[in-house]
Unconditional design. Sequence first.
Length: 564
Amino acid sequence: MGFVVGLVIGLIFGLGVVVVFVRSENARSKQRSDLATTIAAFARMTAEDSRKLLSPEYYPSWVVFSQRQKLTWLNLHLEKIWPYVNEAASELIKANVEPILEQYRPVILAALTFSKLTLGTVAPQFTGVSIIEDGTEGITMELEMQWDGNPSIILDIKTYLGVALPVQVKDIGFTGVFRLIFRPLVDELPCFGAVCFSLRQKKKLDFKLKVIGGDISTIPGLSDAIESMIRDAVEDSITWPVRKIIPILPGDYSDLELKTVGILEVKLVQAKELTNKDIIGKSDPYAVLYVRPLRDRMKKSRTINNQLNPVWNEHFEFVIEDASTQHLVIKIYDDEGVQSSELIGCAQLQLSDLEPGKVKDTWLKLVKDLEIQRDNKNRGQVQLELLYIPNGMENGFTNPFAQKFSMTSLEKVLKSGNEGKELVENGGEVKRREVIVRGVLSVTVISAEDLAPTDLMGKADPYVVLIMKKTESKNKTRVVNNSLNPVWNQTFDFVVEDGLHDMLIIEVWDHDTFGKDYMGRCILTLTKVILEGEYKDTFPLDGAKTGTLNLHLKWNPQPIYRDS
């Protein structure tokens, strides 16, 4: 009996121990899970989350630290040592800047030198610093700086007319971002082989010119020439991607030098709904395009008179030195003849948004100022086709900058699959060979949708007119009566002699017994159909309140070559 009782008690005790152990393990497991959750939450915490938990006096350094740091401490020390920095830097700047200004000296000036250059008593203010993660074996630092200084800068200018003028540069206001690159990192002091510096971004550069003892306006164009010279010198000599390399340790640092990395091809197609700048008639628009705002690198289109919906279909090429930071700028002006042109609007596109080797067709909204983002006024839109080709890209892009090629990079893409040599030798003389993209374009007008009504019954009798711009050859669909969603399914063939530079204009009209009413149009380049062979798409009708057109395009290539 006692054995049985002992056995029962032992079992009960054993079960109790098991239950307690299981509950203990479950509790410990829950604690570990809760702790892991808490740690994960801390890992996701931002500085803003931390500020909700701590009052400012308890912030540890890791809470307030961010990618962009203020530099109050640096500004305090710079103010103390500025008189010594001013004396040393003034001589250095004078010695280095004079040759640059001489390089950009306007043709109306015979000589240009500094008679005085001091940076004044006001030190620059560094407003922030950030470290850029660019994946290279080095450190890239960007310093934000602003300077409303009181320097004493006097330029001695001599003109070919024998006039000598001392010109003072005053009221300088500058805001920008300087980039410093420390590369490569090495295992000996100072731990990097060289440092590059560049003006990464020029946000503002204002200054005034004053002739000492006279008026600069007495010589027409002098003030504008000097101002343009200074801005060109800043832009071309130190602004990114241009960079200055200072070797610290002996070595080869050619990899840090400015190099061409690719080419950007731009087709300026058209613009629409431009703001009219003329009181009588319409604006006479032309476009200026650039990647770097240097006079010898800026491209200008032809002027199209009296037109708010101009069609250019012009092709331009730009050299690219840093596709990750550079951008294309386009500005559209109204040509005022002998007077200064008036800006209609501008736009820009980051090259990093482009997929190398692939054509991008885009419409950009025009704004008044690229620096001001809040611009709701409708100034019009501009259509561009863009193609970025990095150096060394395959499929015919091996060396797009070799001068022996007269073809554009896009033409090389189209030619890459064809047999034949790119150069023809003729008695020792190498002649360039151009490619003419010739073929047959088949256009199927499938249907239209949601057309705007034109008659009193809320209907229309639409038909479509197709026009090749260069040859002006036309075709026309049948009329579909009493329909805002007509279906045609008609195919038309066009023989195209120069596909890269031709355009297809498709107009929709309403048939009327006593005439016809315009219902909208769409303008297409042939780039996409040439590259893809065929495609089907829906196109909105310009100049119409509503309506789209469904098309199928097919290209049958017949490339030929022409010596030049």
